[in-house]
Design a protein around this ligand. Sequence first.
Ligand SMILES: NC(=O)c1ccc[n+]([C@@H]2O[C@H](COP(=O)([O-])OP(=O)(O)OC[C@H]3O[C@@H](n4cnc5c(N)ncnc54)[C@H](O)[C@@H]3O)[C@@H](O)[C@H]2O)c1
Length: 335
Amino acid sequence: MRVGLVGVGRIGARHAAILAAHPEVSEVLVTDTAPEAAHALADSLGLTFVASSQVLVAERPDALVIASPTPTHAALVRAAITAGIPVFCEKPVAATLEGTIDLARLERETGAFVQVGFQRRFDPGYRRARELVRSGGLGRLHTIRGNTFDPEPPPAAYLRGSGGIFRDCSVHDFDILRFVTGSEAEWVLAAGSAHGDPVFAEVGDVSSATTLVALDVGAVATLSAARHNAAGYDVRMELAGESGTVCVGLDDATPLASAEEGVPWPAEAPHHLFLDRFATAYAAEIAGFIDLASQPGASSPCSLADALAATRLAEAATRSCQEERVVRLEEVPGA
Ligand SMILES: NC(=O)c1ccc[n+]([C@@H]2O[C@H](COP(=O)([O-])OP(=O)(O)OC[C@H]3O[C@@H](n4cnc5c(N)ncnc54)[C@H](O)[C@@H]3O)[C@@H](O)[C@H]2O)c1
């Protein structure tokens, strides 16, 4: 297969290495608006440099991976769908809710294969938790707790364009909540606070937040996000049911210490960034994409409809935090 890749920054460089090592991929064509970065990566991994994303789409690769900045995603996904090229796009697929709705409509109308980069769906721990929920191993779920804590905030320029903590960060927790529980949210209540860099308050964002999500199955989830967590990159999900409790992300590299005396856990250095915490998941999602992109009529493991559902939760949480009230999901446009 010939696979195109747009953007070779933090996540794009990782996808490039995975694609270059994939046995079914004969050629990786890369482009980036910083050509020296694309050239350097192409030289080190044996990829083909292409001058622009327009030239790349015109080359008609068998599949396209989009890892450029968020504002570029919607037009690139549209171009790939129009050219009939199966496409993998990093989250978020569009900068706005309206843009996401438009893309989900296009997916419905064309039946195009689009996979969105919510990599937690490929993480072994989340998949095991999902199987336990599905098989009834936990009994009736009553309580879910999740968190995404970054070691340090991204640069101010990134925060200004991020859309806020719920759209940028908690959106991963919203997606995986739907994936693991198989249920939908009825309403949310979110709160947060801004500290550290003044940019948070300037742009109306918060640096830590919690969203309470009431699910249609009767269980309640609390999902927290924080930008300052010097202990490490801490992503966990705890699911408690009437027959058992399980925790995703609880291992020897969890950035968490016990306050009990004589408890020597965790034993290893804590996870520092998403690239190490989710290394297995990134490799599995790209391998899954390569596999499915060559199968006519395959259904996406994370479609634009899924991306829209997570985006609507992020919109509802943003509104709830700003307006200090419960927001029901039907208040947020979805079609
Ligand atoms: N799924 C995840 O865990 C995850 C993690 C990180 C980033 N992301 C998403 O991936 C995307 C990229 O994030 P990043 O952190 O790698 O950013 P980055 O800034 O490190 O890299 C972006 C790259 O795209 C290039 N670029 C900019 N405009 C371009 C254009 N018009 N065409 C081609 N290339 C262009 C830049 O030169 C840069 O090399 C964002 O949408 C982000 O939300 C997802």
